[in-house]
Ligand binder design. Structure first.
Ligand SMILES: Cc1ncc(C[n+]2csc(CCOP(=O)(O)OP(=O)(O)O)c2C)c(N)n1
Length: 361
């Protein structure tokens, strides 16, 4: 068991593929064919292309505020790839690769960032909750889904995401505690991208690792190289297997880096040094899988360039169709937050409608 071999209290980190795409721990390599690695890689590439395009569109004033994912593609894609179709994915708000992997269309994802409520509407067979902006709140929902699955005697598990900053929120501790007490089949994935907006991980908590926060809850925790597709996949797969076998929850810290800004309204040059970003660029998760696949004879630089262009064109095409649907209606915010509109929202909606008619200012 990987989870027993890497002690987060000693700062031990699971790594399988190095920064050049070489396998450094062949005995730990997960059961994942190279063809499957290529499939996951394509999701990573699409994630990067869609991310890049969304940023460009935002800068052109065509997209609303956007939270970039560049640098975190391995942590996102590999964790979601370890789930089965009936397992639940419970997002925070920075897991583009995971959502695509789970089967949410890029159109739906762009609709969300475009402010359209249909962006939170997934097909029945895609078991994912809507994006959650209130930090940490989603983890208790993940535990609830997992407890429900266990209660009903089903084998489906739930995976909830949180950022490093989210681990300082009360909901995080409550979720871990509940999961432990009720042996919930849930996996918590912390994408530790080193920053909560401008707050550096080192001043977020005195804990040496975030994975060690599992210890107090009495559940297993493991620290993994979050830029290593194989390491993330191996750890999450094991956690999923444990959960499915009735062995309870696991906490996984995926150690990664946000190469871009927190959101399009943030300027990271105000709080971090360029050389730090340069260092992390060398650890780019996309680059290392590409090198691995090229070394296996399954991919080439030419294919890579062509595929990236194809994905960027595709992303633009998807976005253009969304633009054609027109601006989202403000009324939708009122209509779709609750199943039935509460009285105070009804009042606010009627005030808004009067404002539109020019009756109130
Ligand atoms: C309860 C709550 N408090 C504050 C915020 C404002 N906020 C939005 S993102 C963010 C930082 C989150 O950092 P982290 O959990 O590390 O995730 P990351 O943004 O790095 O992916 C904060 C404080 C919020 N959305 N919800």
């Amino acid at each position: 068991m990987l989870i027993e071999r890497f002690d987060p209290l000693k700062g031990e980190m699971l790594r399988i593929m190095d920064e050049e795409g070489q396998i450094i721990a062949p005995d730990l390599k997960p059961d994942l064919s190279d063809e499957r690695v290529l499939e996951l890689y394509k999701v990573m590439l699409l994630t990067r292309a869609a991310d890049t395009k969304a940023l460009q569109l935002q800068r052109q004033g065509r997209m609303l505020t956007y939270a970039p994912n560049t640098g975190q593609e391995a942590a996102q894609t590999a964790s979601a790839a370890a789930l089965g179709e009936n397992d639940w994915l419970v997002p925070a708000f920075r897991e583009l690769g995971a959502w695509l992997m789970k089967g949410v269309s890029l159109e739906t994802i762009y609709l969300y960032w475009y402010g359209n409520e249909w962006g939170s509407h997934f097909p029945e067979n895609v078991r994912m909750l809507p994006i959650s902006i209130p930090i940490g709140s989603q983890l208790n929902h993940a535990v609830g889904l997992a407890m429900a699955s266990k209660y009903k005697g089903e084998r489906d598990v739930a995976l909830g995401y949180v950022g490093d900053g989210g681990t300082s929120i009360g909901d995080f501790s409550e979720a871990l505690n509940f999961a432990g007490v009720f042996d919930a089949p849930v996996i918590f994935v912390i994408q530790n991208n080193q920053y909560a907006i401008s707050v550096k991980r080192q001043i977020q908590t005195r804990a040496a690792t975030l994975a060690q926060k599992a210890v107090a809850a009495g559940i297993p925790g493991i620290l993994v190289d979050g830029n290593d597709l194989l390491a993330v996949y191996a750890a999450v797969s094991e956690a999923v297997e444990r959960a499915r076998a009735g062995q309870g929850p696991t906490l996984i810290e995926a150690y990664t880096y946000r190469l871009g800004a927190h959101t399009t309204s943030d300027d990271p040059t105000k709080y971090r040094e360029d050389n730090e970003v340069v260092e992390w660029r060398a650890k780019d998760p996309v680059k290392r899988v590409k090198q691995y696949l090229i070394a296996q004879g399954l991919w080439s630089e030419e294919q890579d360039a062509a595929q990236s262009t194809e994905y960027e064109e595709y992303a633009l095409e998807v976005f253009r169709k969304i633009e054609e649907t027109g601006d989202p209606q403000v009324e939708d915010l009122f209509k779709y937050t609750y199943k039935e509109m509460p009285e105070h929202l009804e009042e606010q909606l009627s005030e808004y409608l009067q404002y539109l008619e020019g009756k109130v200012k």
